[in-house]
Design a protein around this ligand. Structure first.
Ligand SMILES: *Cc1c(COP(=O)(O)O)cnc(C)c1O
Length: 221
């Protein structure tokens, strides 16, 4: 099966209410074009330089999702063209995105990253921090930011029960926040290994890499 056929098969099985972000990190332009030529526009990258290079080389109507951990000193490189920044996990980062967006008079869409896993290694806010941030005066002053919802990654475990518990808590949190702020509609969770479960638990944006493009051979950044 080609990457394009594989993509179409996966896409065909997703509910229409779920946005598919094709995670193209480490993958070459030719493979991305196969998916683009099947009519797909949403692609995700997690390294700034790779995203900048691919944005330059690929069609300009692609919606680029930044799904990695964003360093404040790199914000200005992606703000002019990024469609949605998924992994925002601090006020400092929000302020920098706002500052760069203000300079060029645009509004940047962001998701707040929640830490829902058991591991110590992943980035993100816990529920309490996130709720405090959303109700803070600081965030209201960031006029060039549009917070659209949340992103998260479940624990790296074989236990579906554990993953389900984490996903359900996330969905409950979003439902609660949505009642306060009706703009927080996007829930980005679910990757190749767990997206059917994620959709069952209320995800409306899944980020799929290896299931579309095949396994990644890691390169150094
Ligand atoms: C790489 C990556 C994905 C995609 O992972 P797969 O398991 O290949 O689908 C999704 N989200 C984030 C944040 C990633 O870094």
């Amino acid at each position: 099966m080609t990457v394009q056929e594989n993509f179409l098969k996966i896409k065909g099985h997703l509910p229409q209410t779920v946005t598919l972000v094709a995670v193209s990190k480490t993958k070459p332009i030719e493979l991305i074009l196969q998916v683009y030529e099947a009519g797909h526009k949403d692609f995700g990258e997690n390294y700034v330089q790779e995203l900048v290079d691919k944005h330059e080389q690929l069609p300009k109507d692609i919606h680029w999702h930044f799904i990695g951990h964003l360093q404040t000193n790199k914000v200005k490189l992606i703000v002019p063209f990024v469609y949605l920044i998924h992994g925002v996990d601090s006020v400092k980062l929000l302020k920098e995105i706002n500052k760069q967006a203000e300079k060029i008079n645009i509004i940047v869409n962001c998701l707040l990253q929640l830490f829902i896993a058991k591991e110590e290694t992943k980035f993100g806010l816990d529920y309490k921090e996130c709720e405090e941030l959303l109700s803070s005066e600081e965030i209201k002053e960031l006029k060039n930011i549009n917070v659209k919802g949340f992103m998260a990654m479940a624990s790296n475990t074989d236990s579906n029960e554990q993953i389900k518990t984490e996903f359900r808590a996330l969905k409950n949190f979003q439902t609660r926040m949505l009642a306060i702020n009706p703009k927080l509609t996007v829930l980005s969770f679910g990757m190749s290994g767990d997206y059917p479960l994620a959709i069952e638990c209320g995800s409306n944006m899944v980020r799929l890499g290896s299931s579309i493009f095949g396994n990644r051979t890691y390169i150094n950044h």
